[in-house]
Design a protein around this ligand. Sequence first.
Ligand SMILES: [Zn+2]
Ligand SMILES: [Zn+2]
Length: 375
Amino acid sequence: MVASHTWHPGTGRIESRWPVPVPLEADELLSTWLVRVALSQGCDPLVLTGELWPKWRVWTLDLDRGVATERLRILERMSGIDMSALDAASLRIIAIALGTTVPGDVAVIPWILALGSRNRQRHGGLQYCPQCFGTDNSPFYRLQWRLAWHSCCRVHGAALLDRCCHCTAPIEPHRLSPPQSLLSVCSSCGYDLRACHTMAADAGPLAFQITADDVVRCGYGKYGEFTLATAEWFFLSRYFLMLVRVAVRNSSCNLAGCLAMLGADILGMRPAVTGLGFELLPVGERAVLLAATGKLLAAGPRHLLESAQASSLRSATLRQGLPNLPAHIRDIVDALPNQSRSRKANSKTGEIAPLPRKVVTRIWARLQRKMRRIS
Ligand SMILES: [Zn+2]
Ligand SMILES: [Zn+2]
């Protein structure tokens, strides 16, 4: 039976130069597969990679951003697994689809969880589902557990975890060493993560995750009636994420009211404890942001324009000082008044009165024609 997969099919039986061949499982993540290979040979991951690539300090880097061709060729020769299959187990192809090149030296890549590496120690960047581990013959990490829009396991309808439930350490399988042979074990305290309890996944973040996965696979996504290329769709989603975080920090502002009108639960959210970038946030904090972002995307551009008008937003509020805005947002921002406009502000509150509905409809009709030319 061929295992079902989302990102790559893995490999069947392989002829390897290593004593114990370790086929790549469907959707398995490259770096953690290498750990599995090392432990299966009864060797430390550091020793294995030192033999493969002397002088390359693999575990201080993010190997899953992609491996250069000459190094991949060495891995192909030793493992007996085709280079293209190994490359497909990295995040390189997905990052390109998102419109991101993957240089090795940038700390954070949009939509890819950041490891926050310091030497071989990490602060996060990897998630897991205990129930998935429980059904694996040899527990392995999935590629999608490194994607920042993933906060749930679709198979088990469970919220993902990003720490050991026993000692709260981040997940660092590359620090396991023999005689340990299972990747499901916490490298800090030795607890078997299969025994961790998970909560049921919330519908909001799961819906966003499913949509975003589809956008990567199909090469396009929707915003209202418009079709956006994958990179544009993720650019728009990232813009909404930013907007939600701004609104949550000041939940009494007009922007918060506008986003709440579109279905985002701004009042029910708390600002991130650390204020870190999205890719560095704990899974629970990302999940609520993703749910709100999903609402804004689903509302579409016309409702955004209407609620921006009804909330008396100025163009600067939606622009947020950004040099580049998503195409469909740019047009909505241009349709909103800026401070120098002649529309009269309320002398007490300084707010601009909302436009009558028929004026909004007229603006919308004009924007629609403009947006069609873009998409
Ligand atoms: Zn699962
Ligand atoms: Zn632990």
